[in-house]
Design a protein around this ligand. Structure first.
Ligand SMILES: [Zn+2]
Length: 192
């Protein structure tokens, strides 16, 4: 049986409050840090979270979202608190606010953690050096679209729009991909 993206672990998690009208709450999990957890149900295709741009950042961070070949932004809460999963229950779609909407990929019930796949937006990801998602088939190290897309069996239904555009040779993202990856060099995004 496929392991679901569960909500948060038993017992120790701390709820910081419901997000008014959104059917979501932020939960602080002792292992994973801040998580976005549903308090209601979402149907397949429903927008679960709208991510507005809070600020443009000059370079990627472990919290930023890549919205263009050389464009990285911080999104508003709760979008910024959505954790990665290798078997996510939402996918991203560019929105007219310059950020991403998070769309339900399957039916989501109460107490499920909302997740997405960083490799559908980050060309070279520095956010997850050790994945804690717990999914069957967890990829353990999340390196980014550039590497993931080398697998022809990977056919994501949702991707950041810029990834369908040709990469500029001078792109910082492309240059970053030429740098050797230092395992463990970056703090994991999960567990913050
Ligand atoms: Zn994983």
């Amino acid at each position: 049986m496929r392991q679901r993206d569960s909500g948060v672990g038993a017992g120790e998690a701390r709820i910081t409050g419901n997000i008014d009208g959104a059917g979501l709450q932020i939960v602080v999990d002792p292992d994973k840090g801040r998580c976005v957890v549903s308090t209601s149900e979402f149907a397949i295709g429903q927008t679960v979270v709208v991510g507005d741009v809070e600020r443009i950042v000059p370079t990627r961070t472990t919290h930023s979202f890549q919205v263009g070949w050389d464009s990285h932004v911080d999104l508003t809460t709760p979008a910024r608190d959505i954790n990665h999963s290798c078997d996510p229950n939402t996918g991203i779609r560019d929105n007219d606010r310059g950020g991403f909407d998070f769309i339900a990929l399957r039916e989501i019930g109460p107490d499920e953690e909302i997740t997405w796949d960083y490799e559908t937006s980050e060309y070279v990801s520095i956010a997850v050096s050790r994945c804690l998602c717990g999914a069957t088939g967890c990829r353990s190290v999340i390196r980014g679209y550039r590497y993931r897309s080398a697998d022809p069996s990977w056919q994501p239904s949702h991707l950041a729009g810029y990834l369908s555009e040709p990469a500029p040779e001078s792109s910082d993202s492309v240059l970053a991909a030429l740098q050797p990856v230092e395992a463990g060099a970056q703090a994991p995004r999960q567990g913050r």
